[in-house]
Design a protein around this ligand. Structure first.
Ligand code: NAX
Length: 324
């Protein structure tokens, strides 16, 4: 069977250390699909990469047909079917989000160009590296020959965090929670929406106290990433890798019936959100194509929060406009 070519950037980093092994084990595409990993890293990480590839070989994964390691984005993305853009510069001490944006913008412009040149025309590209939404926008704008709908920023980790927290609060299995939505930016301004969510088929807000939702749940989800850093001393890695797998599985195989995923996609003006920013919406996926969930009623409470995060994304776009 023809192998699927999967490119991963930042392959020596901590998210990739979990992601690569799960892909090679068949957890992304299932047991029948051989894969070739095409791994991009900067030169300085060559030794770490060699060690990581030794470990991949030492697993003797039956599905892993080949591993390519390179510091050239064109080689990493050549004929790629699925692409995980994980690699980015981390936020340094005292570094503002704006500085992080500037530091990473160049990387995603270069990689967008290389994708345009080398990847399969229908490659699905998931942007994980932060600031993920604006990095996705930069990649889209630098890959004019690829459809913008083939790029998405990852807000699945925020979504999964919200599902987990709501399920624990209601003391139900996570499978009983549906239709959570993350709106906007993968940042502190994101809006985790329970207004449209369901628990065991009933509106979630009939199962939880409004005060708990507004004063505990929303801030906890928004700040979950920082809390993990505070406690672990490093940012979320295994949960981020799991979210990347989940996002890509939804994209390839579809979302479960009656449920949604959250994906950062190029806004088409849905729900009055400005066009031309990468904004997280609730989506459903069928036959490899996502669609923004339509027809949701947006009350003043939701609108206010959706606008705050939209405004932040517009500011980020302004900050990187030279690269768009
Ligand atoms: P690490 O710092 O462990 O790894 C990043 C790797 O990227 C490093 O090995 C670095 O050498 C490599 N890299 C840097 N520039 C590169 C380039 N031009 N080409 C290829 N590789 C390059 O970070 P890790 O914890 O793995 O996180 C990766 C990214 O994911 C970060 O930007 C992080 O902020 C972001 N996250 C995004 C999340 C999301 O939900 N969207 C959640 C988790 C995570 O915080």
């Amino acid at each position: 069977m023809k192998p699927v070519r999967i490119a991963v950037t930042g392959a020596a980093g901590q998210i990739s250390y979990s992601l690569l092994f799960r892909i090679a084990a068949g957890e992304l595409l299932g047991p029948g699909k051989p894969v070739i990993l095409q791994l991009l890293e900067i030169k300085e990480m060559a030794e770490v990469m060699t060690g990581t590839v030794m470990e991949l070989h030492d697993c003797a994964f039956p599905l892993l047909q080949d591993v390519v390691v390179t510091d050239d984005p064109d080689v990493a993305f050549r004929d790629a079917d699925l692409v995980f853009l994980v690699g980015a510069k981390p936020r340094g001490p005292g570094m503002a989000r704006k500085d992080l944006l500037a530091a990473n913008a160049g990387i995603f412009a270069t990689q967008g160009k290389a994708l345009n040149h080398s990847a399969k025309r229908d490659a699905k590209v998931l942007i994980v590296g932060n600031p993920a939404n604006s990095n996705a926008l930069i990649a889209i704008r630098n890959a004019p020959d690829l459809e913008s709908r083939n790029f998405a920023a990852m807000t699945c980790l925020d979504h999964n965090r919200a599902v987990g927290m709501l399920a624990r609060h209601c003391q139900v299995p996570v499978t009983d929670v549906q239709r959570i939505a993350i709106w906007g930016n993968h940042s502190l301004t994101q809006f985790p929406d329970l207004v449209h969510a369901r628990v065991q088929g009933e509106p979630a807000l009939e199962r939880v106290d409004w005060d708990w939702y507004v004063k505990t749940f929303i801030p906890a989800i928004e700040q979950r990433g920082s809390e993990v850093i505070r406690l672990r001393g490093r940012s979320s890695a295994a949960s981020a890798a799991h979210a990347a797998l989940t996002h890509m599985r939804h994209w390839v195989f579809g979302t479960p019936p009656d449920d949604w995923a959250s994906m950062g996609v190029l806004s088409d003006g849905s729900y009055g959100i400005s066009e031309g920013i990468v904004y997280s919406f609730p989506v459903t996926v069928e036959e490899g194509r996502w669609q923004i969930v339509s027809g949701l009623e947006i009350d003043d409470f939701c609108r206010e929060r959706m606008t705050v995060t939209e405004k932040e994304l517009l500011e980020e776009r302004e900050a990187v406009k030279a690269l768009l």
